[in-house]
Every structure is written in C-alpha cells, then in structure tokens.
Design a protein around this ligand. Sequence first.
Ligand code: F6P
Length: 321
Amino acid sequence: MGNRMTALTLTKFLTQIAADQPAVAASVRALAGVAVELSATIARPDSTAQLGAVRGSANADGDDQKKLDVLADEMIATALAAVDHVAAYLSEERDAAIQLHDGGDVIVASDPLDGSSNIDTNVSIGTIFSILPASGGSLQPGRNQLASGIFVYGPQTTLLVTCGDGVFAFQLGTDGQFHDMGWQVRMPAETSEFAINASNSRHWAAPVSRYIADCLAGSAGPRQRNFNMRWVGSLVADGWRIFRRGGIFLYPADARDGYHNGRLRLVYEASPMAFLVTQAGGRASDGQQDILDIVPDALHQRVPLVFGSANEVDEFVKYGS
Ligand code: F6P
C-alpha cells in the first residue's frame, strides 16, 4: 500500500472538477491556499507554543479558543471572501454564518483548526471542510454535500478530498503544490482496531460499554479476535489513519453534562467526515442512523459519531444505543 506520487497535482485535479463544478473547484483551491500557509506557520520554529496559547474567549461551542484557531478561521474567511461563488461561510469558531456573495452557488462550512488541544504538542492537527449547495440554506443534511475534505498538518501535510466521486489523497511537496499520492483511498471493510477516549468509560451508555468490553475480551471473548487501540485526540489524525488502514472511531454520547449528544459537531466535523468515509467505502453513524441523513436543527449541534470500516460500524450498531 505504498505511496506513488503521480503527475496529478491538486491544481490539475481542480481544473478537471471545474468543468462541472466551478464553485467547488474555486472553493477547494482557496482552502488549499490557506492550508499551505497554515502548514508553514505551524512548522515555523517557536511558533507552536504561541499558537497554542489560549486567546481568552470561548468559541460558539464553549471550547477555549487558541490563537491558531482564530488565525485559521480569519485566513479562511478572507480566502473565501475572494471567491465570488461562495454565498456564505459557516465556521465552528463563529456563532453565526458570515454572508459573503449574493447569488453565490455554495456554502462552505469548516472547522478551521481541528484538534486544537494538540497544537503545542507536535501532534497532527488539521482543517475540515464541507461544501454545500447555497440553495439548501445553512441547515442541510450531509447527503447534500458537493465536496468535503480534511487537511492534516502532521509529519506530512496532506489533503483527503471528495467531490462525490471517490476520495483522492494529496501531499504537499517542497514546491508548494499538492501532489496526488497515487493511493486509491478505499477503507478496508474489516478491522481489529478501535479509537475511543476510554477515560470516559464510566459515563458511557450500556451498549457502548458492552461493545468495548467485547473488543477488549479479544480472542477469548465473543469477537474471537484481539483488538488494538489507538487514540490521537485529533479527529483528522484518527480519521486519516482509519482511511489508510481501516479502524473504527467512536465519540459516543455519554452521561457528562454537555455530552448527551457526544462532543463533535454535525455541520463542521461529522458530516464532512461522513461524506469522505462513505466515498471511501466506509460507514458513519450516530448509532441509529446514517450521519449523512441527519438534518441539523442548529449550526453548532453536536452528534454522537461512529465511523470507519463498514462491517465494524455495522457490528457496533447491532449493540443498540
Ligand atoms: O473537536 C475537537 C477534538 O479535538 C477532536 O479533534 C477530537 O476527536 C476530540 O475533540 C477529542 O476530544 P477529547 O479530548 O474529549 O478526547
């Protein structure tokens, strides 16, 4: 499953996409420009400690806003404002939509900087985006997405993107261009690796506890095989690993105050990830229904999120919720 860089660059890929979806191509191009700048900013010596500093105010979700959260959000807002096709920008960092261009064709939703608790720890962080038709308004089911993707700023700066016809993987080269990694992004249907923040186990609902207990029981338990566990704590990084080698990611609802619908946001995190996962042959569920079928009733709505290898997500759903 090694990488083979091909001659296809993101620029060429987007030129092809632009023939049918000019607004999508222009939006992804603008976001990629921001990602190149963010990647350089993050890699600068001495930058991370400052960029990880709490800026004081909490964002719309009540999380501490770090300096890099705010910077990334402002860079995206500026880049999208220069794209006439973009009607509005929805940001996890802002209470309300920013209206951009009357008559624009698309709405872009983004978590500008995912995994902000990892900013100053030299662990992968990223940018998540979702592109929706402007005609559907701000609160549309993920099924309507025209494109979605994740940029990951890690040992490599990479992009996984779908425009509704499979998932493409690009890596930023030293020439400042994203190059196709020459890897067909298809998630294995089977896995023996799970990702969950186990420190919350005492707050889980019974089906989640049962599912994880059965994984932990390994070959001696009902699953009759051993499971491995990985938890990076940046959704983009845990997601990237799962695209690469399969796995199941779980951020379920739990009994803590404020976590009755899990932690992750439907519009900015779960929906774009679900579109990518589905396009790579995997599944994404809230435990009961497909994430892509959920119609948001608020911009910052949270949702339990389970995604990854199709057969394992189906197995989890069988435990009930
Ligand atoms: O929503 C931000 C985020 O950092 C995700 O990237 C990650 O999956 C999750 O929160 C980690 O949450 P916790 O710190 O509760 O494990």
